[in-house]
Write a protein that binds this ligand. Structure first.
Ligand code: AHR
Length: 676
């Protein structure tokens, strides 16, 4: 199959359209103006419902990039808590008070366990007022006044008598925000814990641990973990970030990536089995984004796997989102080494997939189901989707996908598999893979696209030309790039968000072909990002959604159930003769509302005649939600988190045909009730 995306694209939205005016062109910034001579009309065939909109249509894609996991969603405040970073004291500073003298040594004799082979020995010869170590946190440690934290540590006294540890949470200037003393005795590893309550809000606190007096102590898994987690789960997630995800009402969550699945080489690939079970036994690895971009180095970026596969499944359950894990298929990242597992050695990789299905869905009496139950979740997670490889391409991928599919479909025909169409939505890799995946009867094909806003505007009709049978499309990674892919200049502005919204109308209109979609990446730490744009930004205390976030939210929260045929006539066009005014609509069967989404990507307000053909009992007023702003370059920020955000109003409708003005640079969602 070659989708020939451009040839048939005017099926609905511009069949009647003539070039009426060169209104402002979002893609080029051209603002040539001419008054329209024929009115723009939007016609919705409310009595001809089409395809069902999949409940999975609008989802989220999570990858531990930009400090989204450690340092973000996973709220452990201590960086390198297990002393397993390549430089084992990275993130820690030696500290001394009142002339105390001692040593910090990283040892590996008789460790906590084999997966966590290093620990710290803190020895003090001259007491002073305390000698020890201080943790940097992730760009500091965010603490809020009154917030409770559990300080915990695995400790033992190697020789000699018991020791006291003074534990202090301090501001950058040394002001004490909370503190306590831990009494350590005995030569066996033992977990000690204390509750600390911060007396001040501070975005960049530090954790100081002093041995008071003389002696020695071994320390590992030094942790400062907030009590306030999402749903108060132990080892739970940062609530303000999860709230932003929950507010999207995602139909699915894809995890754990992204390129992180693949690894730069196979040794560094994501292996789900090392991410479950007791925290101290999860095997830390370097994060592949640590050194991916020389211009955005992140030498302290590792994966502790405190956020592992159990936590991902639990998050999906909390969000009411279908879990979509993606597994390595025996290929390292093809942008890096492209290392391959020989086909005759692929079995352990396929077995990992089979075991994952048992971990997620098997009874608590099964070996992997028992592991899930031991983590506190005896009930299955009900996984129905599984991705084979991330962004792979070439015949090597097809061979490996086929081997996975054969084994998985034999044992688990109930699991729908997601396969890769490569990193671009329209290149030779894509054109090679799609027909082959069709021959292989793939279930769902994952397309990726990072391109300029103009690409999204010009490709809003791409799926009109796709075959209506065969594999479904998962628009699995996309984001409009205001500059270019991986450029540090990319911005999350209104222009990008509207281009994405225009594109999403095309996904919605083609819900018989497109079954899932997700923006990528999901989040970025303001001080630690490697990649932009991102859907959500955060620092140690605050978070906000971008204009793109609100586009996602408006589509997801107005998903409806069935597509209604929608046609735009006389749409304003850009200089390249492509429309810059887009519409799609769905019906909510329960509320009997027509939900119309309109994107005006021009710099002028557009007056349109709307016709809800076949609707007999139209309520006199309707709810509109509008996302717009004064400039295409407008963005949200920590200082102005809702500068570009949706505004609700009610408008007069008065019948099945009415007139409405769509503001310049806007996405409008109209919910029109069509029953009494
Ligand atoms: O979203 C960032 C990266 O882009 C993903 O890890 C990868 O799949 C794609 O190339």
């Amino acid at each position: 199959m070659n989708p020939t995306p451009f040839s048939l694209r005017c099926q609905f939205a511009c069949t009647v359209g003539m070039v009426l005016a060169l209104l402002g062109d979002l893609a080029t910034g051209v603002a040539a103006e001419a008054a329209p001579t024929t009115p723009v009309t939007v016609s919705v065939q409310t009595d001809q419902p089409g395809a069902e909109v999949s409940p999975l249509m609008w989802g989220i894609f999570f990858e531990d990039i930009n400090y989204n996991g450690d340092g973000g969603l996973y709220p452990e405040r201590v960086k390198n808590r297990s002393f397993e970073f390549t430089e084992p004291l990275m993130g820690w500073q030696q500290i001394s008070r009142g002339g105390a003298v001692g040593t910090l040594s990283v040892l590996d004799h008789d460790p906590l366990n084999a997966n966590n082979p290093h620990y710290l020995r803190l020895a003090v010869g001259k007491a002073g007022d305390g000698f020890g170590l201080s943790n940097d946190g992730f760009f500091g440690m965010g603490v809020e006044k009154g917030a409770r934290f559990t300080f915990s540590v695995e400790a033992r006294v190697p020789q000699g008598g018991p020791v006291n540890l003074a534990v202090d949470l301090v501001s950058p200037s040394g002001q004490r925000l909370a503190g306590d003393t831990v009494h350590v005795s005995g030569g066996e590893w033992t977990r000690y814990a204390k509750t600390l309550r911060a007396n001040t809000t501070e975005p960049k606190a530090r954790l100081n641990v002093y041995l008071v007096g003389t002696g020695a102590v071994d320390l590992d898994m030094v942790s400062l973990f907030p009590a306030n987690t999402w749903k108060h789960h132990a080892n739970g997630l940062r609530p303000d970030l999860v709230q932003l995800l929950a507010d999207l009402k995602p139909g699915f969550m894809r995890f754990p990536g992204g390129c992180i699945v693949e690894g730069r080489d196979l040794d560094k690939r994501y292996q789900w089995k090392t991410t479950i079970g007791p925290l101290a036994e999860r095997k830390l690895i370097i994060n592949r984004w640590n050194d991916e971009f020389k211009h955005r180095p992140a030498p302290d970026y590792f994966q502790s796997f405190g956020l592992g596969f159990f936590e991902y499944f639990q998050l999906c359950e909390d969000l009411g989102a279908e879990p979509l894990p993606i597994l390595n298929c025996g290929m390292a990242c093809q942008f890096n080494t492209g290392e391959l597992v020989p086909l005759d050695q692929l079995d352990p990789f396929i077995q990992d997939a089979l075991d994952l299905i048992e971990f997620a869905n098997g009874p608590a009496s099964s070996p992997w189901g028992a592991r899930r139950a031991a983590m506190g979740h005896p009930q299955p997670f009900g996984m129905k989707l599984l991705g084979v490889g991330n962004e792979q391409w070439g015949p090597q991928y097809l061979e490996r996908y086929a081997a996975f599919a054969k084994a998985l479909k034999t044992k688990h025909p109930e699991i729908r598999l997601v396969s890769s169409a490569g990193p671009s939505p329209a290149d030779e890799r894509f054109n090679f893979l799609w027909p082959k995946l069709r021959e292989l009867k793939a279930d769902i094909v994952d397309e990726h696209c990072y391109d300029r806003p103009a690409w999204f505007l010009d490709n809003a009709f791409r799926y009109d030309a796709y075959p209506r049978t065969g594999p479904k499309v998962f628009m699995g990674e996309y984001a409009a790039q205001s500059d270019k892919t991986v450029s540090v200049l990319n911005r999350n502005n209104l222009e990008c968000a509207l281009a994405e919204a225009a594109y999403l109308t095309g996904l919605e209109r083609n819900a018989d072909v497109v079954t899932m979609s997700s923006y990528a990446p999901l989040m970025g730490h303001e001080e630690g990002w490697q990649w932009r744009p991102n859907l959500i930004w955060f620092d140690n205390l605050h978070a906000y959604g971008t204009p793109s976030y609100y586009v996602q939210q408006l589509f997801s929260r107005n998903r409806g159930d069935v597509v209604l045929p929608t046609r735009v006539a006389n749409a304003p066009k850009a200089a390249n003769d492509q429309p810059r005014f887009y519409a799609s609509s769905v019906r909510d069967q329960k509320t009997e509302e027509v939900i119309l989404k309109v994107v005006n990507a021009t710099e002028q307000a557009v007056e349109a005649d709307l016709n809800l053909a076949g609707a007999h009992k139209v309520k006199s007023t309707a709810q509109t939600t509008v996302l717009t702003s004064a400039q295409l370059a407008d963005e949200n920020s920590l200082a102005e988190p809702r500068k570009v955000s949706p505004v609700n109003t009610r408008i007069k409708v008065g019948g099945a045909s009415f007139h409405h003005t769509f503001p310049a640079r806007s996405l409008t969602v109209l919910r029109v009730a069509t029953s009494e």
